[in-house]
Design a protein around this ligand. Structure first.
Ligand SMILES: [Mg+2]
Length: 256
């Protein structure tokens, strides 16, 4: 890849699916490290806090420092800090709240500044969505950790946060601030940490819209992998075209 000095790499669907590492993924990370490329991981995963993601990567055999992992809750916390507001209603699942607890009051009181919604799985109920809806109608702003349509797990495709974000937008007439991929501020957070410009970086992902579309909008190159949620028809129908498509991240060695 000409002029590329660094990589932004998606996690889910690129390094692993479920709790299984994709064959050859570890070797590819070792290879880019050995060849002195800079790299960071940008994931729209919003079901786990950053520390848990790092631990799971380690249990799959990846040697990745926690500071290299960028997830939407980090960007949301930066957003709250900028706004100087701290009262949140979290519509999330698992231990994602741990990414917020240093900075925010995640309470159920009546004065809420931000409703923050991620891929909350079973926590998305009529009641939890309706509580979020009421906070928004009372003046809270909406932050979407991501607005993906779906993701791939070993059992099949799963609805992501996007459809529910859109439901809240539809009901309230408000527009969510998206802090995960493909938002510019999210990519910038990782680029700044790498010390590279967008035109020096290639994004590797399995989502044609958030990974490849987001990268191209930023001026990065986009490498699509045929693992994870990759679907040929979604790529054929998308306006955005990847710079390169590879069968899996294991093939990275062929294009470096
Ligand atoms: Mg992915």
């Amino acid at each position: 890849m000409k002029d590329v000095r660094g990589f932004l790499i998606d996690l889910d669907g690129v390094l692993y699916v479920g709790d299984k590492a994709i064959k050859g993924a570890r070797e590819s990370i070792d290879l880019i490290r050995d060849r002195n490329y800079t790299f960071r991981f940008v994931s729209n995963t919003t079901r786990k806090c950053r520390n848990t993601i790092a631990e799971q990567l380690s249990s799959m055999g990846f040697d990745i420092p926690v500071e290299y992992i960028f997830t939407p809750p980090l960007a949301a916390v930066a957003c709250l800090r900028n706004a100087g507001k701290r009262h949140c209603y979290l519509l999330t699942t698992g231990d994602v709240y741990r990414d917020f607890e240093q900075e925010c009051f995640c309470d159920t009181g009546t004065m809420i500044d931000f409703v923050i919604i991620g891929d909350a799985g079973d926590k998305l109920t009529y009641d939890s969505l309706n509580t979020a809806f009421r906070h928004l109608m009372n003046g809270a702003d909406l932050i979407a950790l991501e607005k993906d349509r779906y993701w791939m797990a070993p059992g099949g495709l799963f609805l992501s946060a996007g459809p529910f974000v859109q439901a809240l937008e539809f009901a309230t007439g408000k527009t969510a601030t998206i802090v995960g991929k493909p938002s510019k501020t999210f990519f910038e957070l990782a680029l700044r940490d790498m010390g590279l410009r967008a035109d020096q970086v290639a994004m590797i992902g399995d989502d044609i819209l958030t990974d490849i579309g987001g990268a191209r909008t930023m001026g990065m190159q986009g490498i699509l992998v045929r693992t994870g949620k990759y679907r040929k028809d979604a790529v054929d129908h998308a306006v955005v075209k990847p710079d390169c498509i590879i069968d899996s991240i294991a093939q990275l060695r062929d294009i470096l």
